[in-house]
Design a protein around this ligand. Structure first.
Ligand code: SF4
Length: 434
């Protein structure tokens, strides 16, 4: 049996022709055994795209354009490629498509931009899962003949510093299920989703990689690479190596290896192309990924971490929120009140005028003595909830608190959810077995 293949192609800028050529070369070297034909679905990373505050953490439209240019689609063709996504932070996916420049692609190619929250969904029963007995995903993700993942190469403090092809799948599920067991079970949850969406091809935007801060607002640096692969686990292992990370210490990669979704070691991967891994390692070795215990983040807050420590839950999400402030308004960190913040269940005695509790476990801490307790509930709390309650209760404004995003998140998004509910009511929920 042939080894999984990962192609690293040199591509220094977002030039449409260069990207198209590198992807064509990558496809030729990968020599996929499955033809790219029939109903094609592309899943990008548009967790957040905004021209002012979220400029680097999403898959650029030029890369999706390079994939489409290699599919030989004809404008008149009935064949329609579906691009399927569900953005984060409770903003509408259609706005993310617009802000990321995907609407121009829809004018150029016969594609449909599918926003999961307002489109038809299917519930899929999983047979090999550990966390999800079933998941609700966009119908177009299930009813496909060929699935392409197009992640952004980026770091993420919620997933042991790496966000690649495997983590991309979290954006495949409905927002209610997205937070289900989004705590210490996150690695198992990520791997469960491979049963419903295991890509046939991965094309990763590493021309500029984003790193170091909040997954939505982090900054980018030039890396100059496009990564193509025929296996998601092999892809993420090579990406980890490029970032000087040990793939076996990234829990969701090891979980996927244990469940035999990919190669067990780097020796079992055939790496090809004209971009040396050492070039990426030299660049990334100088970067700070911001992946640290949350109580070590420098700020006025006195952060106490309790149990359990949830990298994918309260601890990671609160660290991600702190990074959001640092990314775009670092001066705000000095305005933070000097109060204790509890994340997880803390046993020691905490006595202060005001105390901030992040998540349901913190609320169960038995020795808090305070007249003014600010509680942010959830297991874990959502980013949206943290941003909102920090603003209302502590007057701390995150950079994402902007009129356009408030309107989008609190007015447009509920309307889109109602539309999605009506669409699915009309067609009745369906149950598919993988
Ligand atoms: S409430 Fe927070 S700390 Fe507790 S299990 Fe959930 S995510 Fe983890």
């Amino acid at each position: 049996m042939r080894k999984p293949r990962v192609f690293l192609g040199n591509c220094s800028a977002y030039h449409a022709e260069d990207i198209k050529d590198v992807i064509r070369e990558g496809l030729s070297q990968l020599a996929l055994t499955k033809p790219i034909s029939g109903r094609i679905t592309i899943k990008p990373n548009l967790v957040m795209a905004h021209p002012k505050v979220a400029t680097d953490g999403y898959t650029r439209a030029e890369v999706i354009g390079g994939i489409l240019a290699n599919l030989n689609l004809k404008k008149s063709s009935e064949k329609c490629v579906k691009i399927v996504e569900k953005s984060g932070l409770g903003v509408t996916t259609q706005s993310a498509y617009r802000w990321a420049g995907y609407r121009a692609l829809a004018r150029q190619y016969p594609i449909r931009l599918v926003a999961m929250e307002e489109s038809r969904r299917t519930r899929v029963v999983l047979q090999k899962s550990k966390v999800h007995p079933h998941v609700t995903v966009a119908k177009d993700l299930v009813e496909r003949d060929f699935l392409i993942f197009a992640p952004k190469l980026k770091t993420n403090v919620l997933s042991h510093a790496l966000s690649g092809a495997l983590k991309l799948n979290i954006g495949s599920i409905d927002s209610k299920e997205r937070l289900f067991h989004h705590h210490f079970d996150l690695p198992a949850k990520i791997v469960d989703l491979l049963e419903v969406a295991n890509p046939d091809l991965i094309v990763t935007d590493g021309i500029r990689m984003s790193y170091g801060g909040n997954q939505m607002t982090q900054h980018g640096t030039d890396l100059g690479v496009l990564i193509l692969a025929d296996n998601a686990v092999a892809h993420d292992m090579v990406c980890a190596q490029m970032l000087n990370l040990d793939p076996h210490k990234i829990e969701h990669i090891q979980e996927a290896i244990d469940r035999e979704y990919g190669p067990a070691s780097l020796d079992e991967i055939e790496v090809m192309g004209d971009y040396p891994i050492e070039k990426a390692q030299a660049i990334t070795s100088k970067l700070d990924f911001g992946f640290m215990p949350v109580d070590q983040f420098p700020s006025n807050f006195k952060i106490h971490t309790g149990t359990p420590y949830c990298t994918g839950g309260c601890h990671g999400i609160f660290l991600d929120w702190l990074h959001m402030i640092k990314d775009r308004s670092p001066g705000e960190l000095k305005r933070f009140p000097k109060i204790p913040v509890l994340v997880g269940k803390v046993i020691q005695k905490i006595s202060a005028k005001r105390v901030l509790l992040i998540g349901d476990c913190a609320a169960a801490s038995p020795n808090i003595q305070s007249k003014h307790v600010v509680r942010i509930p959830g297991c874990p709390p959502t980013h949206k909830c943290i941003v909102l309650l920090m603003m209302i209760r502590l007057f701390l404004f995150a950079p994402l608190v902007r009129p356009s995003l408030i309107f989008d998140g609190f007015v447009l998004y509920p309307i889109k959810r109602i539309k999605g509910w009506l669409v699915n009511l009309r067609f009745k929920p369906e149950l598919a077995e993988e």
